[in-house]
Design a protein around this ligand. Structure first.
Ligand code: FAD
Length: 391
């Protein structure tokens, strides 16, 4: 089998890259180890930066997003029950964020690729990548019990944090930077109308909580927890009680409803450098992870593949390899800005135990007061949250 670009992973990064290349007349094959149903039901991110919405529009997959996505003009930060609304649009020249579930983005992309006859192989195994330092890389995989070879010009590693592509870069040229946080997030999806039209990030002495939403009937809520907690330790009654405590204010109460999805995720910051080697290009979670506090993981994946699609287009249409040569360096500038913002939001809003915990809390209070009193501080949060246009 042969293609121009072999894409490993049918998450948002892989499927969007395939679609953007298709619009430029560039052929790709996508290999995914899970089933299509599994990939489309995975509940993850839901906050899209304006730049992400623009790329999805350019990719011609925004029809449902335009109808069902919810544009937000503000976000709330809360400390000890005191709530501050940051007017995102007012502070950023009219920019917004849009709430639309990641699984819907993936579904829109998969439907579109199917309609256009795109080659996407689900439930493959034993994926391996060879010859990335030659002009003809080969991706081997097993599908329906047979071993197959995919020859290509370029390989895009869009296979997430646990994928295989990152390890194809030799150890001698690869550097990783990592921070593992001593806490995780317990996330639930609940069949109840959101209690607020905008997100609320709350720092409470018991720990962090986030009120988010997916639609007018679905609330998405998170609690800081121990990442080693078995999920059975969090029956629904305990989750609602803790959410009410951490998010409640004297004049605001959270609506409760049936929990339809529940999971615990560890929080981590991670970057691998470089993001390309030979003819392999890493994009999205295969190259970097951010704690979800800044709502950036999906947005960063989209920014990577947008850049990669442009670079490949330039290579195929104009014979220029400049975009491919500078891909890693250009992506990493945005990656590190987002790493810093996500770490900063996490530091400001979570409970840190340990000998310095009282000191840490005083710093958090001071940061919150600064946000309340300074337009400059609020603008810094706002412009990073909606996404910096030029990084
Ligand atoms: C539980 C959870 C909650 C999250 N919540 C948020 C949030 O609220 N906000 C936010 O912005 N971000 C969030 N994120 C991060 C966000 O979802 C990711 O940044 C985003 O999915 C990145 O997209 P991706 O395509 O790079 O990687 P992924 O979505 O991980 O897709 C990679 C794909 O590659 C496939 N794959 C892996 N290995 C192989 C292999 N060997 N062969 C073939 N296929 C393979 C995987 O099955 C997967 O489908 C969350 C992540 C997780 C895990």
């Amino acid at each position: 089998m042969r293609t121009q670009v072999a894409i490993v992973g049918a998450g948002p990064a892989g499927m969007l890259l395939s679609q953007l290349l298709h619009l430029q007349g560039i052929d790709s094959v996508v290999l995914e180890r899970r089933s299509r149903e599994y990939v489309q039901q995975r509940v993850r991110a839901g906050v899209l930066e304006q730049g992400t919405v623009d790329v999805l529009r350019d990719a011609d997959v925004a029809e449902r997003l335009e109808k069902q996505g919810h544009p937000h003009h503000g976000v709330n930060v809360q400390f000890d029950g005191e709530r501050l609304r940051i007017p995102l649009s007012e502070l950023t020249g009219g920019r917004t964020i849009t709430v639309y579930g990641q699984q819907e983005v993936v579904k829109d992309l998969a439907d579109r690729r199917e309609r256009d006859g795109g080659r996407v192989y689900y439930e493959v195994s034993d994926v391996s990548v060879d010859g990335i330092d030659t002009e003809q890389p080969v991706v081997r995989f097993t599908s329906d019990g047979s071993t197959r070879e995919l020859r290509c010009d370029y390989v895009a590693g869009c296979d997430g944090f646990h994928g295989v592509c990152r390890n194809a870069v030799p150890d001698s040229v690869r550097t990783t930077y990592e921070r593992v946080y001593p806490f995780g997030w317990l996330g639930i999806l609940a069949e109840v109308a959101p209690s607020s039209e905008e997100l609320i990030y709350s720092n409470h002495p018991n720990g962090f909580a986030l009120h988010s939403l997916r639609s007018s009937e679905l609330s998405r809520l998170y609690l800081q927890c121990d990442p080693r907690d078995p999920i059975e330790q969090w029956p629904d009654e305990r989750i609602w009680e803790e959410l009410q405590t951490r998010l409640g204010t004297p004049d605001w109460k959270l609506r409760e409803g049936p929990v339809i999805d529940k999971n615990i995720t560890a929080l981590r910051s991670f970057v691998t450098e470089p993001m390309s080697y030979g003819r392999l290009f890493l994009a999205g979670d295969s190259a970097h992870i951010v704690p979800p506090t800044g709502a950036k993981g999906l947005n960063l994946a989209v920014a990577d593949v947008d850049r990669l699609a442009r670079a490949l287009t330039d290579r195929y249409h104009n014979g220029s390899t400049t975009g491919l040569e500078t891909y890693s360096q250009e992506c990493l500038r945005r990656v590190w800005r987002v790493q810093h913002f996500s770490w900063w939001m996490t530091s400001m809003t979570h409970r840190f135990d340990g000998p310095d915990s009282a000191y840490d809390r005083r710093l958090q209070r001071s940061q919150f007061d600064y946000l309340c009193s300074s337009d400059a501080a609020a603008t810094t949060l706002a412009e990073n949250y909606v996404g910096l246009a030029a990084v």
